[in-house]
Design a protein around this ligand. Structure first.
Ligand SMILES: Cc1cc2nc3c(=O)[nH]c(=O)nc-3n(C[C@H](O)[C@H](O)[C@H](O)COP(=O)(O)O)c2cc1C
Length: 324
């Protein structure tokens, strides 16, 4: 049983340059969710936000832009703007665990302000210019908050509910509460997608067998670690060259738009923190990538890695768990 696979939004990692290279090298994902946009009363998207979601920068993807706010007016303005670009669905972020976001009552912080959240949902669902999906955690501090939240969500015509079944307090650690996902799946009038700790083919297959009624899985760290994960699920074995072409395209994409070459290298290193797990016995190469300060050093380190090591997916060797 193969479920549709979506790329999770990951701020700083899955921006348009990354997504574009991904969609070319590994087409097949059911959709891509953008990292969040934070609209405010200025009613202007930043240059960075705009360039990330402009349709011409996102070819070949079913892209859903994500919005982070607790003000209905700002959400509706932003959704209208995104609709004018042609987007038919926007996603509301109710999961971001970051301190500055939560303290303002946004992201996962909104989950604990249920009356305010209800007024917000009333307003956005009565006026939204397009479909609205929600990506949520199961509570701020405790999963016991989830049944009431679920009851609230079920009163609205969500196009999709994506559940990352951890509380804000857990951040990305600890076991996801799959029983919460099951509760969401059973009896919701909208499609429910699972997100959390699905890192390799085995994980996704086992999940699909246990939850065949899920509307899909959303993968974050697992897809950054193995951008070909969905292709493997579809029965392909993407070769080393494909990974090489992909990661080189990401690099070239950044070099074409960022003047600060050091920032480009720093960014590539972040991607490699995850992707290095595709290459067993690569400590030396990982160190060379980590130590690279110039584009030339970086290129040399990546060249050596691909020349000297094989691509072996996580299923087949014991890297350990990415989230651990
Ligand atoms: C660096 C980083 C950035 C993230 N940025 C976002 C974001 O912008 N919006 C969002 O909804 N979730 C964000 N997340 C959460 C992921 O979308 C996802 O829920 C989380 O990584 C768990 O899924 P996984 O176990 O498949 O990685 C981020 C996570 C990480 C680690």
């Amino acid at each position: 049983m193969t479920l549709p696979v979506f790329l999770a939004p990951m701020e700083g990692l899955t921006n348009s340059i990354y997504r574009r290279a991904h969609a070319r090298a590994f087409p097949g994902l059911a959709g891509y969710y953008s990292p969040f946009i934070t609209p405010n009363s200025s009613k202007k998207l930043t240059t960075r936000e705009l360039s990330d979601i402009l349709p011409e920068n996102n070819p070949g993807q079913a892209l859903v832009p994500q919005i982070l706010t607790s003000r209905a007016e700002d959400f509706l303005w932003c959704a209208g703007k995104l609709r004018s670009f042609g987007y038919e669905e926007v996603n509301l972020n109710l999961g971001c665990p970051s301190g500055t976001v939560v303290s303002k009552g946004r992201g996962a912080g909104f989950l604990a302000r249920r009356e305010e959240l209800e007024r917000f949902l009333d307003e956005i669902f009565s006026q939204a210019p397009c479909r609205v999906s929600i990506k949520t955690r199961v509570g701020l501090e405790s999963a016991e908050e989830f049944p009431a939240l679920l009851g609230l969500f079920r009163r609205y015509p969500l196009s999709r509910l994506i559940v990352h079944p951890r509380t804000r307090t857990q951040f990305y650690k600890g076991e996801p509460r799959r029983e919460c996902f099951r509760a969401a799946l059973e009896g919701s009038p909208f499609p429910v997608v699972y997100n959390g700790d699905l890192f390799c083919v085995k994980d996704v297959r086992a999940f699909g067998e246990e939850y065949p009624a899920a509307a899909g899985v959303m993968c974050g760290r697992g897809l950054i670690a193995d951008p070909g994960l969905e292709r493997r699920l579809a029965g392909e074995e993407p070769g080393r060259e494909r990974y090489r072409a992909f990661i080189d395209e990401v690099l070239e994409g950044y070099l074409a738009v960022w003047r600060d070459k050091r920032a480009v290298v720093a960014h590539m290193k972040e991607v490699w923190c995850y992707m290095i797990s595709l290459f067993p016995d690569s400590r030396r190469h990982a160190k060379a990538i980590r130590k690279a300060n110039t584009v030339e050093d970086y290129r040399a380190a990546v060249e050596a890695l691909f020349a000297e090591r094989e691509v072996v997916p996580l299923d087949e060797w014991s890297f350990g768990r990415l989230g651990g």
